[in-house]
Ligand binder design. Sequence first.
Ligand code: 5AD
Ligand code: SF4
Length: 450
Amino acid sequence: MNQAKRYYIATFGCQMNERDSEIMGQLLQESSYSATEVMEQADLIVVNTCSVREKAEQKAYSLLGRLKKLKEKNSALVIAVAGCVAQQDGQRLLNRIPHADLVIGPQKIYDLPTLLLGQKGCKTPEVRTGLSPAFAIPAFLPDVTSGSQFKRFVTIMQGCDNFCTYCVVPYTRGREISRTPGDIVAEVAHLAAAGITEVTLLGQNVNSYGLDKATGAETSDLTHFPDLLRAVAAVAGIQRLRFTTSHPKDLSEALMRCFAEIDTLCPHLHLPVQSGSNRLLKLMNRKYTVEDYLDKIARLRGIRPDIAITTDLIVGFPGETDEDFQATMALLEEVRYHGAFSFKYSDRPPARAIAFADKVAEEIKNDRLARLQKRQEEITLEWNRAYVGRTLAVMVEGCGRTTGEQWSGRAPTNHMVNFAGPSGLRPGQIIMVTISEGGPHSLRGSAVMA
Ligand code: 5AD
Ligand code: SF4
């Protein structure tokens, strides 16, 4: 009897990529492949890559390089490269990784099963990397029999039209393309019917959902993001709703009001600011000022005082002076983020900043990053300690590090909470936890006994 072929998927990068990997996994299972956790045992290895920063791209290439040995041992092994590096490097990728068989851009993942059929008996690598503004994201109901049984990602749009000067995404993911509200609500209803209670709506810039400029779809049959949020929140069974990522320039009053008006919308917003210097924000083509940003934060906190705000920051953007960097440090004090992801600027061709003058020396970038991260860690810890004594609704995710009655889960603000509780809790269950300790990365507490 023929044994089912086994696949292994390695995923780098953002939640969009995680969702794309799930889709590829499902397509493979529908084509009679079965998943393996052991890469060395796979007949097909998919590397879903990210190129947002130099480091992410290096990681993907380093794994791809290591796969050469496996291919030498097993010439029947199929190696597929998907995601943003695949899109960006296309045919060129094969010069560097000649042992790759398939190179698939983000809009082509649905072709994976057909491409695999084409690989049978043929050893010519295939490159599929088209990006079309007319691409329609297929309606695709997720497999609910495997994967998380309580929380899922739902992609609502792909691509980005903003062209921030440091960013490669508009080139790797193409123009903004929104899914129809009907497809999105049907997907969420399908998840809810299977018992999933938390969904995170995904897009590079969810605030401009439904405004696809490239397709000219302009609101006629597409809803704006706040309407979409309401439609998704109305699906019976959805207890927690989240979304990511937002662009500050598109954060509208209507969206802010959703945080007060939609009970199930979790009080957490990831709002990447990138820099605290107006001069750099302009060079980055961000289209807002620090003052606009602070005004939005203040209004948001007025609407939803318990909201946790997180951000992304770049240090060492070309031309960043000590003064610019000090302005970013001052912004940390002003906003007091619950958490921040911070990165050293890296050139990402063909993003425009590669040609900008006054590149910042590596030692200066390292020093600024260390200072920024140190201060942010202190602020995060101060916030985490401020939750001590409060009782939070925690969605159980699993058992904690120690066995017995130690559990872990997430608060509505997305804080990880480790807690002592009764035995027999199920993942996805919501339980009240009183916080007794705030650590650098998580909160600790005990379940409130009925
Ligand atoms: N260099 C450093 N960081 C970058 N990011 C995006 N492009 C670059 C780059 N060229 C960061 C931004 C973005 C996050 C996903 O990655 O902070 O919000
Ligand atoms: Fe990485 Fe951006 Fe591509 Fe996501 S969209 S995989 S973050 S480059």
